[in-house]
Design a binder for this molecule. Structure first.
Ligand SMILES: [Zn+2]
Length: 257
């Protein structure tokens, strides 16, 4: 990082620091952040400061408090804790709905046919566009953090996936990571989920992971941070690839049994 950029970041941290009491109010009681070291928590707070400085929040029929913003920022920055805020360049808006929201749009299938689709979503991420989130889902995820669901992490995983220009379930990998290893781990897990769903076998993970490779990466990312033990015990190779990609090991943060 050059000297001007470093000075600018110091200025942001100094000028727009998240007040200590609000930071504690937003994060202290949240299971998701427990197990982070003091250094990691301090770094998460810095990244959240940059995030809040860079992103504009818009509420649809909802007032967004300072604590709500910080809660979104802290969850969004957890995946990039060891990667850096620069991965969030190129988009600027977070839209918050009070509840799951309704979308109504035309989609073209692989054969070129246009289908009219209506869906209810808890979150959505647009290529070079906003991240859209349902506040009631965010709250529910935080209350049941170890169940594996987290809509903020899910949409942020899509944003990271989009960094190579498309959502295909593979973000730009770091030097030293092996594409074949990533592909093998995710292909095996995806096929396993699809087969079990097809045969109506119960599965331990949100079946939405079997929708397509992009959703598979996003849902596995949720479990990686929220229910790492579960993910590692079922798909150790996927866990290993996510540990290499996110450069974190959330399993080490769980309290000893
Ligand atoms: Zn998704």
């Amino acid at each position: 990082m050059n000297i001007f950029k470093r000075a600018y970041r110091r200025y942001i941290l100094h000028r727009h620091a998240i007040p200590h009491d609000l930071w504690l109010q937003a994060t202290e009681q949240q299971t998701l952040f427990q197990g982070l070291t003091a250094v990691e928590k301090a770094h998460l707070r810095e990244l959240s400061t940059f995030f809040l400085h860079q992103k504009m929040f818009t509420g649809v029929n909802t007032d967004i408090s300072a604590v709500m913003r910080i809660r979104v920022a802290a969850q969004a920055c957890l995946p990039i804790l060891a990667l850096g805020i620069s991965l969030f360049a190129g988009w600027s808006t977070i839209i918050i709905y009070p509840e799951a929201f309704y979308v109504d749009r035309d989609e073209t299938d692989e054969f070129g046919f246009v289908h009219h689709n209506q869906k209810i979503l808890s979150g959505e991420a647009w290529l070079r566009g906003p991240v859209i989130l349902s506040w009631s889902d965010i709250e529910q995820d935080l209350q049941h953090a170890r169940q594996g669901h987290n809509v903020v992490i899910h949409e942020i995983a899509h944003k990271l996936d989009m960094l190579n220009g498309c959502t295909n379930g593979m973000p730009p990998l770091h030097p030293g990571m092996i594409i074949e290893d990533w592909t093998a781990a995710f292909t095996h897990a995806f096929a396993f989920l699809q087969e079990n769903i097809e045969h109506h076998h119960p599965i331990w993970i949100d079946p939405y992971a079997a929708t397509n490779p992009a959703e598979c990466f996003a849902v596995f990312s949720e479990y990686f941070f929220c229910a790492p033990k579960l993910l590692k015990s079922h798909f150790p190779d996927v866990y290993r690839q996510l540990r290499l990609y996110y450069r974190q090991d959330p399993l080490l943060r769980l309290p000893a049994a």
